[in-house]
Structure formats: structure tokens, C-alpha cells
Design a protein around this ligand. Structure first.
Ligand code: SAM
Length: 242
């Protein structure tokens, strides 16, 4: 019989989907690159735009400037950056510190660099990196380097992958994520994640599992009520590195 704890675990075992494969993202960004070649205003998909997620993340960061964050000097890393849109938006809003975007799809990295060059966005760098591979050269070279690490939709994609990790091959991507990603964040720094595949409770459980983070703040979204239960289709949580 399944125990309540096991049933809870199952809710974060999302169905595997093509969105969990690198091939999907390579093809996706190849298409977006071609669209951009035809129309320089088409910089591609902005994930969770219908929920205003990117804008809320940027406003959250700006509202904490001078307290937790220092937009003049802090070093920010965007995980699974895709077309780099979140970083470009931060630049537009006045972020002045170093900005770095990483993605395991080299097509994404070339696409984001192409947009940055075309639109003349300076002071933003992109690199190829698999954030779940603890021997990845970017991860190894950048331990404790970032004041703020952002993730919009990347942990969601990882939750849809059937890749297994660890010496025994028995760990899912969501199991290794807090450890590999946690190494990149400075002590006292922040990991801000936006997800539409995990509830606030599930996301908190995933990130707090290795005891490297505490839950710091959440971003508010409009809630809906169904059957007496209040919920939101999306959540953004800021975790602080211990
Ligand atoms: C849903 S898209 C989000 C893209 C971007 N953050 C945005 O909001 O537009 C998920 C991204 O995660 C990247 N990704 C998935 N698994 C990854 C991994 N293990 N390491 C690095 N990037 C990964 C994909 O290539 C894709 O760009």
C-alpha cells in the first residue's frame, strides 16, 4: 500500500514529455533562430507571459534592490536561459552588474548571443552548461559566484525528463538540482524559481531537501478557488542559500 509520504512523492514524478529532452530544445531554438532571421522583432517565446511571470520576477528583483540585491554590482545567473529574454528585460530595467545566461542547448546559446549582438545588449554573457552535471566545466569554475540565480521554467522542463543521475543512476533531475545549482549561489545569495508544473508546496520540498536553502519570499499571483481550495496556476519562490 502507498503511504501518504509516498503518494506525496508521486505528485512530483511528472509524466515524461518531449519537453524534457535536449533534442526538443535544440529543434525549438533552431526554429526560433530562423524566425528571428526573418523578423528581427521576433525574439521568440517568453514563457509564462500570460501569467505576467517575467515582469513580476523583474519587479521583485528591483523592489529588493538596496536591501537583498545591489543592481549596480551583484552577479546574476539565469539557468536554462533560452532566448535570454529575462536578462535583456533586467538590462532594460537598469540592472548594471554582470549578467550571465546558461543553457544546455548550444542552439539556445547562439540564439541568445545573436539577439544580444543584434539589439546591442552589452554586458551580458551566455555559455553552454548542463546544470545537472556536477562535472560540467561552467559549474566547476563558478562555485559560490552568484548573488542571484534565476530559473523560469527550467526546473519544470527538468521535471519532465526521464534522465537519471548519481553514481547508482537512481536520482531524478529534480533530486540533483538543489545540490548542483546550490553550489553556484553565494552563501546568503538567492535562488528565485518560477514554476507552473510544481505547486508552491512541491517546489519548496524539492529545494529544501538538501538543507542548503531556506525559503525567503514568494511572489504573489492572482489566485483561483475550486472546490473550496485556493490555488494559483504558477508560483515564484525566492530561496536563500544558508
Ligand atoms: C521552458 S524553457 C524556459 C526558457 C527560459 N528560461 C524562458 O523563460 O524563456 C526551459 C529551458 O531549460 C533548458 N534546460 C533544460 N534542462 C536543462 C539543463 N539540464 N541544463 C541547462 N538548461 C536546461 C532548455 O534548453 C530550455 O531553454
Amino acid at each position: 500500500m502507498t503511504t501518504p509520504a509516498e503518494a506525496k512523492e508521486d505528485t512530483i514524478n511528472l509524466n515524461h514529455s518531449k519537453l524534457g529532452t535536449k533534442q526538443y530544445w535544440d529543434d525549438f531554438y533552431t526554429l526560433e533562430t530562423n524566425n528571428f532571421k526573418e523578423n528581427k522583432d521576433d525574439t521568440g517565446e517568453c514563457w509564462f507571459d500570460d501569467c505576467d511571470a517575467e515582469n513580476r520576477m523583474v519587479q521583485f528583483i528591483m523592489n529588493n534592490d538596496g536591501e537583498q540585491f545591489d543592481i549596480e554590482n551583484d552577479k546574476l545567473l539565469d539557468l536554462g536561459t533560452g532566448n535570454g529574454h529575462l536578462l535583456f528585460e533586467l538590462l532594460e530595467e537598469g540592472w548594471n552588474g554582470p549578467l550571465v545566461g546558461i543553457d544546455y542547448s548550444e542552439v539556445s546559446v547562439r540564439f541568445a548571443e545573436n539577439i544580444a549582438n543584434t539589439k546591442d545588449y552589452k554586458d551580458v554573457k551566455f555559455a553552454r552548461s548542463d546544470i545537472l552535471n556536477d562535472t560540467d566545466s561552467f559549474l566547476v569554475a563558478n562555485e559560490e559566484q552568484f548573488d542571484l540565480v534565476t530559473d523560469k521554467g527550467t526546473l519544470d522542463a527538468i521535471g519532465l525528463s526521464k534522465e537519471m543521475y548519481g553514481a547508482e543512476g537512481n536520482l531524478k533531475g529534480v533530486d540533483v538540482y538543489p545540490t548542483t545549482v546550490g553550489k553556484l549561489v553565494k552563501t546568503g545569495g538567492v535562488l528565485l524559481i518560477t514554476s507552473c508544473n510544481f505547486t508552491e508546496e512541491e517546489l519548496t520540498r524539492i529545494i529544501l531537501k538538501n538543507d542548503k536553502f531556506t525559503k525567503w519570499k514568494t511572489i504573489n499571483y492572482p489566485t483561483f478557488q475550486f472546490g473550496g481550495v485556493k490555488g494559483s496556476a504558477i508560483c515564484s519562490i525566492a530561496f536563500m542559500k544558508k
